[in-house]
Design a protein around this ligand. Structure first.
Ligand code: ACM
Length: 278
């Protein structure tokens, strides 16, 4: 038996370009639907949940925010309110466009990011490392791994297309993450299955929070899920429902021992000897 906590996702349809609507929708939904807990609950929201997805670089520049505690005061108040009403500690992992410093000639740049929010304020953020398709014209890519510790739980953050690079999930886990949190606007219909593999091959829990609906030529595929290190799908929803699902998990299941004689990380010795040839 290990430490217990709750993992959750919120799947919904963000309204494109309407930050005010999306912020209010998310806060109100969570205020009304949060569940009771004594311990920690981590809730993951979709990629760019507060802005929508298929916007020009100029529009993202206008909508992006600096990730400061002041800029998320309504969220932070809502988290504190939920903690008072339903108990527990809360961490919300929310996809948003981040305004930040960069090396280009411009005074600020926009990143496709997640912001980590608790009742204490902004806990951290991660900027997407692997930009998908037109995102390359719209955002600056990140340059740091998203490994965090909150209330004694270590986890890694990823954003959507990061799923197709197994090295990233592996690196997060080798850096101590026991849980992989994917904030997504998935469009390729096989990504949900690949994310299941990230859980099993890394002996980690996976939370995938995907969005639903259409924007221009993009159809987002929903089917958010929570997967255990042994490949059990602990929660899954369909491709078009607004859903918040929370499940209790035991971090003891993330042991990297598969049998008494097999450790999924230590047994890599047979591959590491070929490293020079890669
Ligand atoms: C994606 O990375 N939003 C497909």
């Amino acid at each position: 038996m290990g430490k217990k906590l709750r993992l959750a996702f919120f799947q919904f349809f963000p309204r494109i370009g309407d930050r005010k609507y999306n912020e209010e929708f998310v806060v109100n939904y969570m205020l009304e639907n949060s569940i009771e807990t004594d311990g920690l609950e981590i809730v993951v929201f979709p990629e760019l949940a507060l802005t929508g997805y298929d916007l020009s670089r100029e529009k993202f520049k206008a909508l992006a925010k600096e990730f400061s505690t002041d800029n998320y005061s309504e969220f932070i108040k809502a988290i504190a309110h939920v903690e008072k009403k339903r108990g527990g500690r809360r961490l919300w992992v929310v996809g948003d466009a981040r305004k930040g410093a960069c090396d280009s000639d411009e005074s600020s740049c926009v990143y496709n990011s997640v912001v980590l929010l608790s009742s204490d304020g902004v806990v951290g953020y991660y900027d997407k490392l692997h930009l998908f398709f037109k995102e390359k014209e719209r955002f600056i890519r990140g340059d740091k791994l998203g490994v965090f510790e909150f209330d004694g739980v270590k986890f890694g953050t990823l954003i959507c297309f990061d799923w197709i690079f197994p090295e990233l999930s592996r690196l997060l886990v080798l850096n101590g993450a026991k849980i992989l949190l994917f904030s997504a606007n998935l469009v390729l219909p096989y990504a949900q299955n690949a994310v299941w593999t990230r859980a099993v091959e890394n002996r980690s829990f996976v939370v995938l929070a995907n969005r639903i609906g259409r924007e221009n030529n993009y159809t987002f595929t929903g089917r958010s899920r929570i997967v255990s290190p042994r490949g059990l799908v602990l929660a899954e929803v369909d491709a078009d429902s607004t859903s918040y699902i929370s499940v209790e998990v035991d971090l003891g299941e993330t042991s990297s021992w598969i049998t008494e004689k097999n450790n999924v990380f230590e047994d890599r010795h047979s591959l590491l000897k070929f490293k020079e040839e890669l």
